[in-house]
Write a protein that binds this ligand. Structure first.
Ligand SMILES: C[S@@+](CC[C@H](N)C(=O)[O-])C[C@H]1O[C@@H](n2cnc3c(N)ncnc32)[C@H](O)[C@@H]1O
Length: 341
């Protein structure tokens, strides 16, 4: 059984998404913001899963020491020897800081046990939160009540294979980036997508930004040192319009074709979801961009199944392909990835 954490009130969207992907599976809401599933595969993205706990079991937590003992028992023979692994003990009940202290105590008691009984394992415990590689294992314990937890032990290479759903940071959440100098808050979407992809727009990169006004995504690219062609019906903020590395073209984003392939397609056009999906597929099929960050925006919730076309059609063209509702997204999901050469 896999367990998934969803955004508030999003359980049914994830269950629908799971049902479309695995019609014969059993998928159900088990608690507020928690869904369980016997889906066999986790390699395709689930846009409405905020975090994924593969092969999870629900455990009783009688005490901090008992929880540490259960973690030790579940971990010590399950992880590949001599390889890095990460640990997340995360509070997921109540409000505010509820459970934080308890989780820290459990993680501390677990480390003490490792120190005494499995020192080699402790030496390979890493604390970074970068994207998973094929060598790294991941142990997650989410406290869903003071005396109940969801425990997941995912030996390598599972976290890497399931990296579109298993995020290396707690609850799959990233803080919304803030920059008061950016033209709008939309700025945080492109920063979050870069972080999740583990790759930033770099100095000297060429970018096309479709639906660019007032210019936050272009602003990020310019700040990274890229050259940007921005397309919109409306101009960008004045300082961006004057920037020597930015070229503005007034017009229809759906008609624009770059003269030569670019490093990044950025697209945040407000349009029907099928139009942005079609645009992204056309750009990757024709290899017009090497990487992409594209918003898919919805009116209401009946259009969500349209994203399945991306899951079907993009993998053939992409070496990396993510599809998720960003923390910075409202009624949107974001597709980002790397196009095959
Ligand atoms: C959400 S805003 C983009 C915000 C921008 N990413 C930013 O960070 O500042 C969507 C933009 O899409 C533009 N847009 C909508 N349809 C378009 C089209 N067919 N061609 C060009 N721009 C379009 C709108 O003018 C609007 O500026």
């Amino acid at each position: 059984m896999h367990c998934f954490l969803t955004d508030e009130s999003s359980e049914r969207y994830l269950i629908d998404e799971l049902r479309r992907a695995f019609p014969d599976g059993a998928h159900e809401q088990v608690a507020e913001q928690w869904v369980s599933s016997d889906a066999a595969m986790l390699d395709a993205p689930l846009a409405f899963a905020r975090q994924t706990l593969p092969n999870a079991t629900v455990i009783d937590i009688a005490s901090i020491n008992a929880a540490a003992g259960q973690l030790l028992a579940a971990t010590m023979d399950a992880l590949p020897e001599g390889q890095p692994w990460r640990l997340a003990v995360v509070p997921a009940y109540g409000f505010g800081n509820a459970g934080t202290n308890r989780c820290q105590l459990i993680a501390g008691a677990f480390r003490e046990r490792l120190q005494k009984k499995r020192r080699a394992l402790l030496r390979n415990l890493m604390t970074d939160e970068g994207p998973f590689d094929a060598q790294t294992s991941f142990v997650q314990l989410y406290l869903i009540a003071p005396d109940k937890g969801v425990l997941s032990v995912a030996p390598a290479p599972l976290p890497y294979e399931a990296r579109r759903n298993v995020w290396p940071f707690a609850k799959g959440e990233l803080p919304i980036a803030v920059d008061k100098a950016a033209p709008s808050r939309a700025f945080s979407k492109v920063v979050e997508a870069e972080h999740r992809l583990g790759l930033q727009i770099a100095k000297g990169d060429t970018c096309v930004d479709l639906g660019a006004s007032p210019g936050s995504w272009s602003y990020v690219a310019i700040h990274r040192g890229a050259h940007v062609t921005s397309i919109d019906r409306s101009p960008l903020r004045d300082d961006l319009m004057r920037h020597p590395r930015l070229t503005f073209q007034q017009g229809d984003a759906f008609k624009f074709k770059p003269a030569a392939p670019v490093d990044w397609l950025l697209c945040d056009v407000i349009a029907a979801p099928e139009r942005n999906i079609g645009l992204l597929l056309e750009w990757v099929r024709e290899r017009r961009a090497r990487r992409f960050i594209v918003s898919i925006k919805f009116k209401g919730d009946t259009e969500y199944p349209l994203i399945d076309q991306l899951k079907t059609d993009l993998p053939a063209h992409c070496s990396e392909f993510y599809l998720t509702r960003l923390c910075a997204n409202k009624n949107e999901v974001c597709a980002f990835g790397i196009v095959r050469d």
